[in-house]
Design a protein around this ligand. Sequence first.
Ligand code: CMC
Length: 429
Amino acid sequence: MTEKMAKLTIGDKSFEFPIISGSVGPDVIDIRSLYAQTGMFTYDPGYTSTGSTSSAITYIDGEKGVLLYRGYPIEQLAEKSNFLEVAYLLLNGELPTRPQFADFEKTITRHTMLHEQIVKFYSGFRRDAHPMAITCGAVGAMSAFYHDSTDITDPRQRQIASHRLIAKIPTTVAWAYKYSIGQPFVYPRNDLDFSSNFLRMCFAVPAEKFEVSPTVARAMDRIFVLHADHEQNASTSTVRLAGSSHANPFACIAAGVASLWGPAHGGANEASLRMLREIGTPDRIGEYINRAKDRSDPFRLMGFGHRVYKNFDPRAKVMQETAKEVLGELGVTNNPTLQVAQELERIALQDEYFIEKKLYPNVDFYSGIILDAIGFPTSMFTAIFALARTVGWVSQWREMIDDPTQKIGRPRQLYVGAEARQFVDISAR
Ligand code: CMC
């Protein structure tokens, strides 16, 4: 079979590079020999055209609005599966059989407690610390506690680190919340399912009986499923880059938490709900749409737009339905934020600016409304995203370390600074 080749012409010289096909999606040009052949690098800030790795975990077709985890459409997983099953799928490549699932559930629940000394670590934070600040610090701190799972050359240790991270992140996030509101930590209860246990750790108090609503637990679980992985986004690429130096796995996931925090990424759910509340009533939507379109105004419609989705975000559709269901079942009628969100979506989708730039509501547009209805403050939204995405980060980290051809990530640059010059003594400057 003849290999497909891409030809690059620079001046009067031509160079050839292999074209590689994946299972689905666009082909890529393998430019690994570009520098050796031409003495030049590629220039692609923001990686808009750069494939940084091959991966068998998640597939996105941004034009068609398709998201697949290990080949399964997100809509089917959101409707028929649950977060732990999805976690198994992302980590291992296949849906579990009943015994495999039971075994996985047992393993994860066995690791839900945090080392008791980590409890003391929390009290080092100011009481009004943002839950993402605490989560980032606490996950990083785990690297100092679990030495028997940090030898990344040992597959069994890699597996234990993965299980620990997935099991401990709900406790970490719930405790970040409890700490920030001055309530006692609630320890995990392993007879509850993953999402109910998380909700209980967030909302139960020792003085009162707490029962998890199945509707709320289901909505929580669905939010986790929808956020579990999203191929090579900023935080996942951060985890891969950190891990490519063979760093401690807990520290790599802490790097992912840090990257996710930004408002252009996971922080958008918090920013989106704040924006919807600021708009307040549908009659003020026009003003905000005009600001979003004004190039001299840095304001953007939060929860709109995506680097990859240019048709619709399939997660946003499921999220919108879930928002309606949850508000309905919780008896929240005439929710003003939902009304503003629906009207904003309707108006923006008819607006020439948003049509031309292919800007659609993304996953974060509706998730905040659900989390708000469940009772979470906006400061918890991104930490909940981090909880779910830990599964994706861990799966992607493991896939990278498992790859025998894996190299340290080391991008190059176009240098535009001063040319070599002589040092001038301070007395002469
Ligand atoms: N409101 C108004 N204009 C926008 C928006 C928006 N939300 N998003 C993009 N644009 C415009 C932007 O000004 C630019 O216009 P021009 O071509 O005239 O300069 C054009 O659309 C392309 O935008 P870009 O910033 O070059 O596109 P990008 O792929 O680099 O950015 C994005 C993608 C998600 C960062 C961006 O759309 C954005 O800032 N959205 C708001 C924040 C948000 O909701 N983020 C969550 C993303 S989904 C969850 C996640 O990934 O964590």
